[in-house]
Write a protein that binds this ligand. Structure first.
Ligand SMILES: C[S@@+](CC[C@H](N)C(=O)[O-])C[C@H]1O[C@@H](n2cnc3c(N)ncnc32)[C@H](O)[C@@H]1O
Length: 366
């Protein structure tokens, strides 16, 4: 289960790399446990007094400095202090030295696996309970049917590296693109509704662009749009992550446009049309990369329709490997809160449970 990112988890100290290395080497040269402990203890006092600042995972690296999560670093020093033999202490010291040395990055992300304990923000559990929507910056939550920014953020942290390209074929209010700007990933969104796309482009442009990356929203039908041409206009041939957040069939009618997936006549036609979008967008996804589908179920004529699983099956039928089924709590908007009592009554009468979750299906392509 996830919590919101706590302050201490995000408190980083910056140390001079050469000085830190010198301290660790001096400690490693010690042969007496007592004097080794004295050195570590003195260093710990210095470290604990340093000012800590929040840090984003994608901050540009400084070769002369090493940014360490304060609490994780202090607990590593404590572990060395608690060692009962020089040999054990040396083992912990060597591990620490390795951790601050060369970074060992993930295959599809920038996570330094030598310091994996510090990435508290990056989720690895399949249940996401998010109490608060991130409303900072250009995220305004003006669009009914948007997703919370933490969803694309988490996906990008796990499945992209800095300056990778992300494609969102159901861009809506541009949440993915705004988050791209924050994380330093390039982003392309396709949105059918020109008014929504214009509004999204405006919001996107109002978000600072510290990494000077490209974000673009194209007006079009994601089932027929020419992805190759869109990519060519940015001088690229493929993207590294697909995020798809389609309508949950007709739960919200986004427009009257016949190409709008929320106007699909039946569930079957919705799933088939969604599969076409996946197939077309996948053609520009680099091999062995990830695609994520964010979708919920629906209730119709007294029956729970497992839209999510149907969409999941459609993607699996295309040869994609299912990597995870994440269950996320449904965010309570003001409108939903007002309807809650009514839904509870209906549930009691109708013998069903009220939707409180949606899915994030994560796949990897061959
Ligand atoms: C669930 S919303 C996506 C919301 C988005 N993730 C956000 O945070 O704002 C689905 C979007 O898909 C758009 N849409 C529906 N059918 C489409 C199609 N065939 N091509 C492109 N966009 C489509 C709708 O207009 C709607 O904005």
């Amino acid at each position: 289960m996830i919590q919101n990112h706590s302050e201490s988890e995000n408190a980083y100290i910056t140390l001079d790399r050469a000085a830190l290395k010198a301290v660790l080497e001096a400690c490693l040269a010690e042969t007496e446990l007592l004097s080794l402990r004295e050195r570590i203890s003195a260093y710990r006092t210095v470290v604990a007094s340093l000012p800590a600042v929040p840090q984003t995972l994608n901050a540009p690296p400084d070769p002369d400095a090493v940014a360490l999560q304060r609490d994780a670093f202090l607990s590593e020093l404590d572990q060395i202090l608690a060692a009962r033999t020089v040999r054990r202490a040396t083992y912990y010291l060597s591990r620490l030295e390795k951790g601050i040395g060369e970074a060992r990055r993930g295959a599809v992300n920038d996570i330094n696996l030598n310091r994996w304990k510090e990435y508290d923000e990056v989720l690895t559990d399949s249940l996401w309970v998010m109490d608060r929507r991130d409303t900072s910056g250009a995220h305004r939550a003006w669009y009914w049917g948007n997703f919370i920014p933490q969803i694309p953020r988490q996906l990008m942290l796990r499945y992209t590296k800095a300056e990778d390209w992300v494609l969102d074929p159901f861009a809506g209010s541009g949440t993915t693109m705004i988050e791209c700007r924050r994380l330093g990933r390039h982003g392309i969104g396709v949105e059918l509704n020109p008014d929504v796309a214009a509004h999204a482009a405006e919001a996107m442009a109002s978000e600072p662009n510290p990494f000077s990356i490209t974000t673009d929203i194209v007006v079009g039908d994601s089932a027929t749009v020419d992805y190759d041409a869109i990519l060519a206009s940015h001088a690229i041939k493929d993207v590294q992550l697909l995020i798809l957040h389609p309508p949950y069939h007709d739960i919200i009618q986004f427009s009257r446009h016949s190409a709008d997936l929320s106007n699909a006549a039946t569930v079957e036609s919705f799933v088939n049309r969604f599969a076409v979008v996946v197939e077309r967008a996948r053609a520009v996804l680099a091999p062995q990369r990830y695609l994520a589908v964010v979708i919920g179920d629906k209730y119709q004529d007294g029956e729970w329709i497992p839209l999510g699983f149907q969409a999941m099956q459609a993607v699996m039928a295309q040869g994609c490997t299912l990597k995870s089924i994440v269950v996320k709590n449904l965010h309570r908007t003001r409108a939903k809160r007002e309807q809650q009592a009514l839904w509870r009554y209906r549930a009691l009468v109708g013998g069903f449970y009220v939707f409180k979750h949606e899915y994030i299906f994560v796949f990897q392509t061959p």
